[in-house]
Ligand binder design. Sequence first.
Ligand SMILES: O=P(O)(O)OC[C@H]1O[C@H](OP(=O)(O)OP(=O)(O)O)[C@H](O)[C@@H]1O
Ligand SMILES: Nc1ncnc2[nH]cnc12
Length: 178
Amino acid sequence: MTHSTPELAALSAAIRDVPDFPKPGILFKDITPILNDGALFQQTIDTLTAAAANHMPNKIVGIDARGFIFGAAVADRLGVGFVPMRKKGKLPWQTLSQSYALEYGEAILEVHEDAILPGERVVIVDDLLATGGTAAAAAQLISQLNADLASFIFLIELEALQGRDLLGETTITSLLRY
Ligand SMILES: O=P(O)(O)OC[C@H]1O[C@H](OP(=O)(O)OP(=O)(O)O)[C@H](O)[C@@H]1O
Ligand SMILES: Nc1ncnc2[nH]cnc12
């Protein structure tokens, strides 16, 4: 797949395709080479931050675990709070829960019930949109907290899996589409 700028092409070139991980038939996109390269990581956070800033969020939500890496860096750049949505059993305070299916399994996502206030503007940042199950579960939790989901922002979108069809009318930005 071609990408629109030399910067995005460089990010795309760094991502490793790993066949049959974690299950037969899955082509896994390994983003760790981007993290390993200071210039590429910085450029990724620059671009994700610019996309998030357009929506003037009060909070950035990051999804366990790769979403934490990108979401926390974006929140720091914007000077807004970061909200971790974690897999079941990891958060210590009162939580809301949502079960979901993802490309290679099922899980339960949780958020602290006081982490996002009613009416706050929230942007979800994650590394990858595949089937959309994870992002849809995160959106459900934001809705249960009566907050305003302004946008989804992904580094990678696997278009063939049509994940955006699960995400309703909310704006979606993905930097690299395959
Ligand atoms: O669109 P979907 O089909 O729901 O898949 C996308 C999700 O899958 C990966 O997370 P994973 O649950 O593998 O957790 P990890 O970040 O701990 O690897 C990825 O980071 C997304 O959150
Ligand atoms: N194909 C894939 N590669 C990396 N992360 C994923 N999360 C869900 N599907 C994935």
